[in-house]
Design a protein around this ligand. Structure first.
Ligand SMILES: NC(=O)c1ccc[n+]([C@@H]2O[C@H](COP(=O)([O-])OP(=O)(O)OC[C@H]3O[C@@H](n4cnc5c(N)ncnc54)[C@H](O)[C@@H]3O)[C@@H](O)[C@H]2O)c1
Length: 327
């Protein structure tokens, strides 16, 4: 099987591409290596993938429609696409909104249009986000819940991706699965996310910025569990149920545990062997107080079974951080 992984130099894309290669698939990686965060980290992930037989890479900006269309002609036949490239981050969407439209809307449409034209394609799996649940108060967040109250442009673009995909699955009958990821962390993780920011500051003896004075809860999901869910989704393309049931499904991929932020910080302190200096701040615009994934559908349809509590995942992340940074 040949699988295109977009965002292959990114955190989740790197791990998904590695897992696909490990089970013997050919992987075509795509990424624009943008400077949203440390490009050296993206290059280091890519260098690892490039050591593995079966991996090829195309540097490509999916927001550049003409370049992307030309690249798809060069890439050739594909059996599956795992589309993870995006402008991520809730807070950044308040200051750089256009980056989200280019990467998450134009980039997503470029992938949908490519799907129409790839005769051998069996399945598109794409990243959505828990951010689509926005201001919902009912917990845990379930796939059937209404998702029309986004709290950030990031969340709105991810919901738009789901709706665009539903339309394309209806029109062109390409099987598609959208995965709503819940706060993913682990080795090779993103420098703009809490596990990385907190670990870096604690090891440097600097204060950590804790929003809503720490009164938040997150469903923190370890990267290996996410990879298991992405591969399981790829292996289970939805069937076409006819006019009223196009081949499009959505699933939550979370750990199904809503952890208090202060417990998460406590785990990092323990793994670092140091206490954090807390800079307690008010709630940030765009943020949600709590996330908690109902994973019933993913468990039933995909056999998704997250097994890494933060007590195990955080020490593994901190060990990677120290080794990678020599800290
Ligand atoms: N990490 C999380 O907790 C989380 C949670 C919910 C959803 N997601 C989604 O999962 C996906 C992967 O996230 P991640 O954490 O690995 O983020 P990441 O930023 O590490 O990876 C995204 C990659 O996409 C690339 N990219 C961005 N715009 C591009 C473009 N126009 N063309 C080509 N490449 C482009 C970036 O260079 C980056 O390497 C994203 O769609 C993100 O929105 C992540």
């Amino acid at each position: 099987m040949t699988v295109l992984v977009t965002g292959a130099a990114g955190f989740i894309g790197f791990h998904v591409a590695s897992a696909l290669l490990a089970r013997g698939e050919r992987v075509v990686g795509v990424d624009n290596l943008n400077a949203y965060y440390d490009v050296d980290l993206k290059k280091a992930r890519l260098a690892r993938l490039e050591e593995t037989p079966g991996f090829t890479f195309h540097r490509l900006d999916l927001g550049d429609r003409a370049a992307a269309e030309a690249a798809f002609d060069r890439i050739g036949p594909l059996d599956g696409i795992v589309h993870l490239a995006a402008q991520a981050g809730v807070r950044h969407s308040l200051t750089e909104p256009h980056a989200y439209i280019e990467a998450n809307i134009t980039g997503h449409l470029v992938i949908l249009e490519a799907c129409r034209r790839l005769p051998d394609l069996k399945h598109l799996v794409y990243a959505s986000s828990s951010s689509v649940y926005g201001g919902n108060r009912k917990l845990p967040f379930a796939i059937e819940d209404p998702v029309d109250r986004p709290l950030s442009l990031y969340g709105a673009t991810k919901r738009a991706d789901e709706l665009m995909s539903a339309a394309y699955a209806h029109l062109f009958r390409v099987p598609m699965t959208g995965l709503r990821f819940f706060t993913v962390y682990g080795p090779w993780g993103r420098p703009d996310m809490s596990a990385y920011l907190f670990t870096k500051a604690i090891l440097a003896g600097e204060p950590i910025r804790v929003f809503n004075k720490g009164d938040m809860r997150r469903d923190f999901t370890y990267i290996d569990d996410i990879v298991q869910g992405v591969l399981a989704a790829l292996d289970h393309p939805p069937s076409d149920g006819g006019e009223d049931a196009p081949p499009h499904r959505l699933y939550n991929l979370g750990n199904h545990r809503s952890e208090p932020l202060m417990r998460f910080i406590g785990m990092i302190e323990e793994a670092c062997g140091r206490k954090a200096k807390l800079d307690l701040l008010p709630m940030q615009p765009g943020d949600v107080r709590e996330t908690f994934a109902d994973i019933t559908a993913a468990a039933n349809d995909l056999g998704f079974a997250p097994r890494t509590p933060i007590d195990e995942g955080i020490p593994q992340f901190v060990a990677w951080f120290r080794e990678y940074h020599g800290a």
